[in-house]
Write a protein that binds this ligand. Structure first.
Ligand SMILES: Cc1cc2nc3c(=O)[nH]c(=O)nc-3n(C[C@H](O)[C@H](O)[C@H](O)COP(=O)(O)OP(=O)(O)OC[C@H]3O[C@@H](n4cnc5c(N)ncnc54)[C@H](O)[C@@H]3O)c2cc1C
Length: 281
């Protein structure tokens, strides 16, 4: 926050990618400090697939496991087979299977147990490319560009082009990307919401629950897309993205996002939870 952070900050700089072909797939063992998008670019250049829909997500490979990053119908947990982590409390190096990572929507054991520092992540990628192009934005891109099937390389280009239109240029203004998680609500709450807003996008989630679009809620229910208060605002091309136009303080950002979550709760009784992690001392 604005007071700064009084504690140890570790900059993960373990790099290196090892590729091992095994029958119909390839295992990539990657240092946690590698750039995520460099990994995606290299995999696509090598014709290894599975990861291409996750193009252009800023950050490191280690954080991809922490956050279980996801986009355009793919989540990191679908590809991760193993995570190596340093257990700072017990001073041991641990190997965690996919199951032991307890992945959920933007969740993992690494978020609940902050003594674990991810040092290496192993991914299974496929030699045979199966395009995942059902996601709305990709389907729209295909329609607009008059193609039927995107090749592996074209899929990466498509995702990059879609994202370039949606997200601000990080050299111009600051953002942590999507600020809120898409709410996952009980079937009953989902049905009640959809009766009121029949056009709202919704998806089946785990345990019979319904996943709603936080961006749609901010845009269509709260009408707060592209709203700016001082130096903070929601991005005009994507309501879920909160931006710091110049010198907003942490307190101003927190006040602005609280206004959004309070408005959501008041209007539709649905809580918008932050996806971003707040660093506090
Ligand atoms: C423009 C923009 C677009 C984005 N789009 C997406 C998107 O489409 N999908 C998506 O899922 N995310 C998205 N994000 C969010 C972000 O890119 C991811 O969360 C990414 O994984 C963050 O990586 P990082 O290395 O910057 O991690 P940080 O933000 O530095 O850290 C994230 C959290 O993980 C912890 N952490 C980081 N590395 C380690 C490690 N090695 N071991 C243990 N803990 C660790 C940190 O302590 C922190 O709690 C976007 C962000 C931006 C700015």
């Amino acid at each position: 926050d604005d007071e700064g952070f009084s504690g140890l900050v570790i900059h993960m700089a373990i790099v290196g990618i090892e590729w091992k072909e095994e029958g119909d797939h390839v295992v990539a063992t990657v240092g946690a400090g590698e750039s995520w998008d460099d990994l995606v670019a290299t995999a696509v250049a090598k014709n290894y697939s599975g990861i291409e829909n996750l193009s252009s997500i800023p950050g490191t490979v280690g954080a991809s496991a922490v956050q279980n990053i996801g986009a355009y119908g793919v989540e990191a947990r679908e590809l991760i087979t193993m995570v190596e982590a340093y257990d700072a409390k017990n001073n041991i190096l641990k190997i965690l299977t996919n199951e032991e990572c307890v992945f959920g929507y933007r969740e993992s054991v690494f978020k609940t147990n902050q003594d674990l520092v991810v040092t290496q992540v192993q991914f299974r990628l496929e030699k045979e490319y199966v395009p995942k192009q059902a996601y709305k934005d990709i389907a729209l891109y295909i329609e607009e560009n008059g193609v039927v099937t995107l090749s592996l390389q074209e899929m990466r280009q498509a995702v990059m082009a879609i994202r370039a239109k949606k997200f601000p240029d990080l050299s111009q203004c600051g953002t942590a990307g999507s600020f809120f998680k898409n709410p996952i609500v009980s079937k009953g709450v989902g049905e009640k919401f959809l009766a009121q807003y029949p056009d709202a996008p919704h998806y089946d989630a785990e345990n019979g629950k319904t996943k709603l679009s936080a961006a749609w809620i901010i845009d269509h229910v709260l009408e707060m897309k592209g709203v700016r208060e001082g130096s903070v605002g929601t991005w005009s091309a994507q309501a879920l993205v909160v931006v710091n136009y110049d010198d907003a303080t942490s307190a101003q950002v927190k006040k602005f996002v609280k206004k959004i979550s309070d408005a959501s709760f008041e209007k539709i009784h649905i809580t918008l939870e932050p996806e971003v992690v707040f660093v506090v001392t």
